[in-house]
Design a protein around this ligand. Sequence first.
Ligand code: TYD
Length: 207
Amino acid sequence: MSLFITFEGPEGSGKTTQCERLEQHLAGKHYDVLRTREPGGTPIGQQVRGVLFDQNNGAMTPEAEFLLFSASRAQLVREVIWPQLEKGGVVVCDRFFDSSLAYQGYGHRLEQGVLREVTRLATGGLQPDLTLLLDIAPEDGLRRRKQQSEQWNRLDAYELSFHTRARQGFLTLAQAEPGRWEVIDASQTSDAIFECVRVRVQRALAG
Ligand code: TYD
């Protein structure tokens, strides 16, 4: 049975660690699992990622930013995600279109309806089966993030109110589709977070 799992949340929420732990856990149980991320995950997506995160690109407009994320996504869906789901595997993806709805939609205040239309083109209508929201206050997440300064990128430098709107956006999206989303308190220890992840994924695999 194929399963498409995405992780979402503010920066510094520990998503990447949890994605790695979930991949290892599922591989240990002999699932055919593939971990990937956005933006990136393909050679073209990696190049787009470079443009998006380049600190010299301060002039990038929110519209251009959204279209670049969507371009990376269109490539990832067709090159990586669909093929893996079609062969009955599991995909664990670090961010997907909900990040665009939260950051470019709620953060930059681009119109949700238009974002969803373009997203439908980018994804071919593909939706995650399960989305795990690692929820954390952006001030706490950004503090963690700053400590790992090599990861600091152009988007992290947006003002705090932008990140706060994005976090609220994630929570609003989760509330609107409770069957797909699971909200997890990411201020807990990594082990406690992973236990929530494991239990929820187990349920999805069983059902
Ligand atoms: P990244 O370095 O991949 O780390 P993390 O996911 O751990 O935060 O940063 C991705 C950044 O891109 C992050 O600031 C969120 C942002 N983003 C968007 O604004 N829109 C999107 O559609 C996606 C996928 C990411």
